[in-house]
Design a protein around this ligand. Sequence first.
Ligand code: MBD
Ligand code: FE
Length: 292
Amino acid sequence: MSVNPAKQTELESLLAISSGLNAEQGNERFKAIMHQVLSDLCQTIKKFDISDEEFWLAVNYLNELGERKEAALLAAGLGLEHYLDMRADEKEAAAGLDVGTPRTIEGPLYVAGAPLSKQFARMDDGSEAGEPMWLHGQVTDLQGQPVAGAIVDIWHANTLGGYSFFDQSQSEYHLRRRVETGADGRYAVRSIVPCGYGCPPDGPTQKLLNQLGRHGNRPAHVHFFVSAPGYKHLTTQINLNGDAYLWDDFAFATREELIADPVKITDDKLAQERDIHQPHTEVSFNFTLVES
Ligand code: MBD
Ligand code: FE
């Protein structure tokens, strides 16, 4: 396309051309979004009189974010992933839809394909001397009826706050399991009590948070996907009560209804029944699914 070069000296004209608004090809929605984003960026550059040095610092930052694969971590830290939840909640409320167990962010550390078993799984490989955790509960519908054949996909950190596949010191699928509920809707796993997560201290996300005067820590938590045919897929987490970061999560995922109380079990009979043979922590959490 031939363009009068004089026109490119005007911002409006520059943005229209650069975002393809007058091009015949391309994707119209994408063009409109790019146009908005570029306009906002140019406004910011002008408002703060951004220097060349600052501009190229930002460009190099994006490269570093990609090299370290931390783009999704930053999205969580900036509250953008939580904002998607806020919007989904708002839409459900506006439509007057029933809500079951509240959703909260997935985060960047899920890995598909965890081992699948019925009703029970052991999640840890026994290599860590962590406090044993017996995590169990029931999946029901809004009427309180058990949901049989639901898949409860669980993943959590180890005692150092690391996740298998991202932390190479752990075995494949360590602390990642899928459990199918039985006729009673129940699931149970034996694992170890997780520790809270902290952003890699030398990574680009923590570097940005430092400039904001913020920390990059999460309270101890366990992630869940809960799904069953005929029900809406649920993405959620539970936070363990008592953690210092319970209401100071850098990713804004804590919700009142998603706090679980860890209970100390010293009952020998129960420990024996669960084949744990030592004092352990019990965490109970039930899920309510909504029909799709
Ligand atoms: C996590 O474990 C997590 O759940 C999120 C949201 C961000 C970083 C690490
Ligand atoms: Fe996590």
